[in-house]
Design a protein around this ligand. Structure first.
Ligand SMILES: [Zn+2]
Length: 258
């Protein structure tokens, strides 16, 4: 993720240079006046759209005929929206074990994660990410990270001219949003969403727990392939408590767990 954030900073300046300026100008004014910061729905949607586009541009996206993309397509067939938010999926070719969701319904899955998990386990993780979109967790996390970043950047640049603000500060705002973490409660809600999602897909929902078991093992592995941060899964709650929550649910529903 860090690598992507850095790449993003490098590529962001190639995007529409005037993007977001009205918002940042208003924000800068609000900070000067000591007012609370806000961002309109439209500016936020624009900012997210541009962030996702630049992230895709900076990443190695698997082509539509790659085995990874075909597998993801097969698994997500018919999944077009989550609580009214249109979904779109892409695979990033990288050794990092990760998947993440953006507020606009963009879900990105990494090849190393796909290599590590069975179809059902992967579907559980995808369900977890769709949960973050449907429950508006991604929306909240991105928005607060963007506002925090914009505030510190704008304060730090008060003496600068407006022209020198835009590109570099927008890059900072975007990278802050990408590294935003969810709360423990939101992670548990997304786990529950993934669990129910598996049931809806006609799969054994314990696959969610099995996915966490594998990810836990990978996080302890000394293999250089997995030396990257398990960004989306390594924060809180820890794997053990997530696994035991999934096990209790599955047992309660009459499924056998290993
Ligand atoms: Zn999550």
């Amino acid at each position: 993720m860090k690598k992507i954030a850095i790449l993003l900073l490098l590529t962001f300046s190639t995007l529409t240079p005037t993007f977001g300026q009205s918002w940042l100008r208003a924000l800068s004014g609000a900070i000067k006046a000591g007012q609370a910061m806000t961002i309109s729905d439209k500016d936020f949607a624009d900012l997210v759209r541009q962030s996702v586009a630049s992230m895709d541009q900076a990443s190695k996206v698997c082509s539509s005929n790659s085995a990874y993309t075909q597998r993801l397509k097969r698994l997500t067939k018919g999944m077009t929206s989550a609580d009214g938010i249109p979904l779109n999926f892409k695979v990033y070719q990288t050794n990092e074990v990760n998947a993440f969701a953006c507020p606009d319904g963009s879900i990105r899955v990494y090849t190393a994660l796909m290599d590590a998990l069975t179809d059902s386990e992967l579907l559980g993780v995808i369900g977890h990410e769709i949960g973050h979109v449907a429950l508006r967790h991604s929306h909240k996390a991105w928005k607060s990270a963007m506002l925090r970043s914009a505030a510190s950047d704008a304060i730090g640049a008060m003496s600068d001219t407006w022209a020198s603000l835009s590109d570099s500060y927008l890059g900072g705002i975007t990278s802050a949003a990408l590294s935003a973490k969810h709360s423990r409660v939101h992670e548990e809600q997304a786990d529950d969403y993934g669990y129910s999602f598996l049931k809806k897909c006609g799969k054994n929902p314990w696959a969610m727990g099995q996915a966490f078991q594998k990810l836990k093992k990978l996080s302890q592995s000394s293999s250089s392939k997995y030396d990257k941060l398990l960004y989306a899964f390594s924060s809180h709650p820890d794997f053990d408590s997530r696994i035991s929550r999934m096990r209790s649910k599955a047992k309660r529903d009459g499924y056998t767990c290993d």
